[in-house]
Design a protein around this ligand. Structure first.
Ligand code: NCD
Ligand code: ZN
Ligand code: ZN
Ligand code: ZN
Length: 439
């Protein structure tokens, strides 16, 4: 493979941003410095160079839901959003709960244009699979029901499975909502004939997320494993994380739709804003931002959950849950940087460095010699609206459509290949990541 030099970039390193060049050879960062030469020159004068984003939480729907998304469209959406690596969730049909099904999914993923890894599913009966599965980012537990059929409610089974993961040094990722609370409240609200979108947030209130978070982290402390809490959405979960972070192996993520939308947006978006966990209050949103700034929450991950628009417009109890997010996460964050809500170094830490560290992804997450040349070039002064008909996701809509944002990715480079280039997707063969802990 030929060499590539990225010239005149403002390179975002973990602690500071420097002006200079990046020499890439064989898909790896060879050198960062001044006046570098060799091979093809890509002049990015005036633009910032971020480590390629790693999205630790996406749903690509293959097998079983390729009308909503497939690995080509989903990974194209990733590249267009500055995301060079995704970790995909197991709630497909069938769910990824055996080694054989994981290998099946690997075949679909060959069409990915970005690099990728897999979260494996926990079911109530697959502990033997958990004892032997290799090459996964984590084992995912659904404590409350959501899209798909995966659900583990029993504390006994949860504990038993967490013990296996503790011994094998594999993280657990957890969708923490209390099934008991949400099924009781959903039945109650439905029987009173509530059909407004706000009713969905009442059916899955803060307490249902907090109770499940508290329970899984308590089991985690006893089992001695590492648990990563997905899509933290409430101030109560932030408080609970604060307690357990001190004496258990805990990490967590927040989703862009909880950072940039609240219950108030039901007015405009209606059932399109239906997602699990649901829309929360401004107070919860403020707590999430604060937790990202002080390190209580470690990363931002999209929970990209594509569903077709006509189904999203069914009633509040019938519409599927989830919103797409891959193409809007980085523009929303860059716009927030332009509004002085955070720095580019923080964006790099929350969307690349921390996900790579927490899931032990080999040679990714930082702009550093020897690491994969995964880079996202951003134009901080480009301002444009989010438009549904410009999106690469197959579901073809965004809850942020119509928002004008300043700060957009213009090129996404995966191991030295320019995969996204100002509106077009180039051919590329994404590869499965490796993990330091399996070696
Ligand atoms: C996700 C989906 O559609 O796969 N939906 C959602 O509301 N977030 C599943 C999930 O992450 O809970
Ligand atoms: Zn979830
Ligand atoms: Zn999800
Ligand atoms: Zn703005």
């Amino acid at each position: 493979m030929s060499e590539l030099v990225i010239k005149n970039g403002k390179i975002v390193l973990p602690e500071r941003t420097i002006s200079g060049d990046i020499l890439i050879a064989e898909g790896k960062i060879e050198k960062i410095g001044k006046n570098l030469s060799g091979g093809i020159i890509l002049d990015v004068k005036g633009k910032y160079v971020l480590p390629g984003l790693i999205d630790a939480h996406v749903h690509f729907r293959e097998p079983g839901g390729s009308n909503k998304e497939d690995w080509f469209t989903g990974s194209s959406a990733a590249a267009a959003g500055g995301v060079s690596c995704v970790l995909e969730m197991p709630n497909t049909q069938p769910p990824t709960v055996t080694g054989e099904l994981l290998n099946e999914k690997r075949k679909y993923a060959r069409r990915s244009v970005v690099d990728y890894g897999f979260h494996f599913g926990a079911s109530t009966s697959n502990i033997d699979e958990l004892r032997r599965v290799e090459g996964i980012a984590s084992v995912k537990f659904y404590m409350g029901s959501t899209t798909g059929s995966l659900l583990v409610e029993s504390d006994a089974i949860l504990y038993e499975q967490l013990r296996v993961l503790a011994k094998r040094n594999i993280p657990a990722t957890v969708h923490a909502e209390s099934e008991r609370m949400i099924s009781y409240l959903t039945n109650k609200l439905r029987s009173t004939c509530r059909i407004d979108a706000e009713a969905y947030s009442e059916a899955r209130p803060n307490m249902s997320a907090a109770e499940a978070a508290n329970r899984i982290l308590s089991l985690t402390k006893l089992a001695g494993n590492h648990t990563h809490l997905c899509h933290v959405s409430t101030k109560e979960e932030v408080d609970i994380l604060g307690i357990y972070r001190a004496n258990a192996q805990v990490s967590s993520e927040a989703a862009p739709h909880h950072l940039f939308l609240t219950k108030k947006d039901y007015k405009e978006l209606g059932t399109r804003a239906k997602t699990n966990p649901p829309m929360r209050s401004k107070e919860d949103q403020d707590a999430l931002w604060k937790a990202l700034m002080n390190g209580t929450i470690d990363m931002i991950a999209t929970d990209h959950a594509p569903h077709l628009l006509d189904s999203k417009d069914w009633g509040i109890w019938e519409a599927p849950s989830g919103v797409p997010g891959l193409e809007t996460m980085l523009p929303l964050l860059l716009d927030a940087v332009n509004h002085d809500r955070l720095t580019l170094e923080q964006v790099a830490r929350l969307t690349a460095e921390n996900p790579a560290r927490i899931f032990s992804i080999k040679n990714k997450g930082q702009i550093k010699a020897g690491y994969d040349a995964d880079l996202t070039i951003v134009d901080m002064s480009l301002a444009k609206k989010v438009e549904n008909d410009k999106l690469f996701t197959k579901c073809a809509w965004s809850p942020f459509a119509g928002r004008k944002l300043k700060g957009w990715p213009v090129k996404t480079i995966v191991r030295g290949n320019v995969v996204y280039d100002e509106g077009t997707i180039n051919k590329n063969k994404g590869e499965e990541v490796r993990y330091d802990r399996f070696s």
